[in-house]
Write a protein that binds this ligand. Structure first.
Ligand SMILES: Cc1cc2nc3c(=O)[nH]c(=O)nc-3n(C[C@H](O)[C@H](O)[C@H](O)COP(=O)(O)OP(=O)(O)OC[C@H]3O[C@@H](n4cnc5c(N)ncnc54)[C@H](O)[C@@H]3O)c2cc1C
Ligand SMILES: NC(=O)c1ccc[n+]([C@@H]2O[C@H](COP(=O)([O-])OP(=O)(O)OC[C@H]3O[C@@H](n4cnc5c(N)ncnc54)[C@H](OP(=O)(O)O)[C@@H]3O)[C@@H](O)[C@H]2O)c1
Length: 510
């Protein structure tokens, strides 16, 4: 059945939203693609609007180094012991009544929401000023954007990676040269998405520059892209005694997202909880400065052997998982029966939640935690219940940017009627096969750099507009960059941990 899609809303303008916007603007009404060249002169889609809750586009790569997100949810929510539920710590904002006649040009205006509501938006980026990327440069861009020659210089200390500022600048460059800002509504958060009478109704809330007033309105679209990211709402596992510990000893517990500078760790006794990328990243900065570094892990990192070697390296005290916090004695009891007291800092590097508070139907989150998954999507991209709802950025891979590009291109292909989706039964069978092969946790969405071409890029690219090159057509020849990258990350870890290089060196000698 042919679709009639002219008006598209995009929720979020991180790399996934930006790639979607670019793709739609480069798709012709006849189902051909102009990606890599000029914008379509006869576009398939007549209005494309990207909503962004922050005051600038770029997603986590539009960071604000001075302002960190809150270290933990507020105490009253910790006291519920439901703080690992994203609906509790990142609730849907109540929508004012009678918005029927409120439009973008004539919105309903009210005083801004209270401070607690702002605290629960989790909209600040987890990127800090010393961060360098951990995916090779060729794969931290979209295939149609030229790779900066400078980033191929093997003499750079962090080759094949780049500093966060270099990545921020490249995304900003794409937004500016492609004039994407004319389609982006900043400081505008999507609060509700609902299908009404065959159209999608978006309820948006624009906050004024001084933060004092809010403009609410609704607007209709034919199709919606959900691209709100999944590294923003922190996942903090529930432990007995955690809420009471935090009440008695405020400032000790925090999530890794609020980290800003290694100086926070100087002379501190620190427990890191978690055993993945954020953990190892922070340990490499903490170790040379801290009094002592402890690591509580619940198993091996499944994908990157070098992370397990780093976590077990000399001087780091290894602990099992936490059994309970004992605020009265300032102790933590671990599941092996050992106790440790007097931590100055406990950092939960325990990952993030998928979460869609604006969407009551369609995409369901299974078992909220850092291991949750999203159900209802064919190839993590097309909502099975409604082909006019898409998701970009749900696939998890070391090739995040190329999987984002692949999903965006497939949505443009299907929504311009260049290609058709298979029958619902076939889509559901893909979900079932995938579940049997990978299980129902976050692994459902995961592809290594060895699996991603055959498992995701090639089958999804079949839905792209006519003439649209595969994202891996050229870059696919360079997957070996990942092996080089893993070795570099391990070398930089020991260089930083042993104090042979400083975090500033990773930026200045880049
Ligand atoms: C600390 C850290 C380091 C990372 N390093 C790398 C790396 O080196 N290389 C790599 O490839 N990947 C890295 N990643 C993964 C990262 O998620 C991707 O690089 C990329 O940012 C994903 O893009 P996205 O658009 O899906 O999400 P995001 O970048 O999170 O963007 C989502 C956007 O949606 C907006 N938004 C959310 N909800 C709403 C709403 N309701 N209304 C309006 N706007 C909304 C947000 O404000 C944000 O701007 C890292 C992640 C983290 C947390
Ligand atoms: N550019 C960079 O250098 C950089 C830096 C930081 C982060 N990142 C990116 O950010 C994303 C998120 O990474 P992340 O490390 O923050 O999250 P993550 O990969 O989800 O890791 C969370 C870790 O916490 C562990 N954990 C969860 N609950 C636990 C519990 N109760 N007790 C002990 N451990 C527990 C998990 O164990 P299980 O594995 O058992 O679930 C996992 O090891 C990734 O894409 C990463 O690449 C990049």
């Amino acid at each position: 059945m042919a679709l009639n899609i002219k008006l598209i809303a995009i929720i979020g303008t991180g790399p996934a939203g930006i790639a979607s916007l670019y793709e739609f603007l480069h798709t012709n009404a006849d189902g051909t693609s102009t990606v890599g060249g000029a914008r379509s002169a006869d576009p398939a889609f007549t209005k494309v609007v990207a909503f962004e809750q922050k005051d600038k586009a770029g997603g986590i790569w539009a960071p604000s180094f001075d302002e960190a997100d809150y270290p933990l949810p507020p105490q009253d929510l910790l006291d519920t012991n439901q703080y690992n539920n994203p609906d509790v710590i990142h609730p849907a904002e109540p929508v004012p009544e009678n918005l029927e006649r409120a439009t973008a040009s004539q919105p309903f205006v009210k005083h801004a929401s209270d401070a607690t509501s702002k605290e629960l938006q989790w909209s600040r980026s987890g990127v800090y000023s010393d961060l360098f990327t951990n995916i090779p440069n060729r794969f931290t861009r979209f295939s149609y954007n030229k790779l900066d020659e400078k980033l191929l210089d093997t003499s750079r200390l962090i080759y094949p990676f780049m500093t966060n500022t270099e990545l921020t600048n490249s995304i900003r460059h794409m937004i500016e040269t492609e004039n994407l800002n004319e389609h982006i509504r900043t400081s505008t958060r999507v609060e509700n998405v609902q299908k009404k009478g065959g159209k999608w109704e978006i309820t948006a809330r624009k906050t004024s520059n001084d933060g004092l007033t809010e403009e609410w309105y609704t607007e209709e679209f034919d199709a919606v892209v959900v691209s709100n990211g999944h590294y923003t709402v922190p996942s903090i596992p529930c432990f007995p005694g955690l809420a009471e510990f935090n009440a008695q000893r405020p400032g000790v517990l925090s999530h890794s997202k609020s980290f800003r500078s290694a100086e926070e760790y100087r002379d501190k006794k620190i427990l890191f909880v978690g055993g993945s990328i954020s953990t190892i990243n922070l340990v490499q900065y903490a170790y040379p400065l801290a009094k002592s570094v402890y690591l509580s892990r619940r198993g091996k990192q499944r994908l990157f052997p070098w992370i397990n070697r780093a976590a077990d390296s000399e001087g780091i005290v290894s602990k099992t998982t936490i059994e309970r916090f004992i605020p009265e004695t300032n102790e933590i009891l671990f599941t092996d029966g050992t106790k440790e007291s007097g931590f100055d800092l406990v950092v939960f590097a325990t990952g993030y939640h998928f979460h869609y508070p604006f969407l009551k139907e369609y995409l369901k989150i299974n078992d909220p935690s850092n291991r949750s998954s999203v159900s209802g999507l064919y190839y993590n991209t097309f909502a099975i219940d409604d082909p006019t709802l898409g998701a970009v950025g749900v696939t998890i891979s070391t090739l995040k940017f190329h999987t984002i590009e692949t999903s965006a291109a497939a949505l443009a292909g299907v929504w311009s009627n260049a290609k058709q989706l298979p029958a619902r039964e076939e889509q559901e069978k893909w979900v079932q096969d995938q579940k049997e092969a990978k299980g129902g946790s976050i692994d459902f969405h995961y592809y290594t750099h060895e699996q991603v071409r055959a498992g995701f890029v090639d089958p999804v690219h079949k839905f792209a507009a006519v003439g649209r090159a595969s994202p891996l057509e050229v870059d696919g020849e360079h997957l070996n960059d990942f092996e080089v990258g893993f070795k570099t990350l391990e070398r930089l870890f020991y260089g930083l941990k042993n104090g042979e290089i400083t975090p500033k060196d990773t930026l200045l000698r880049a």
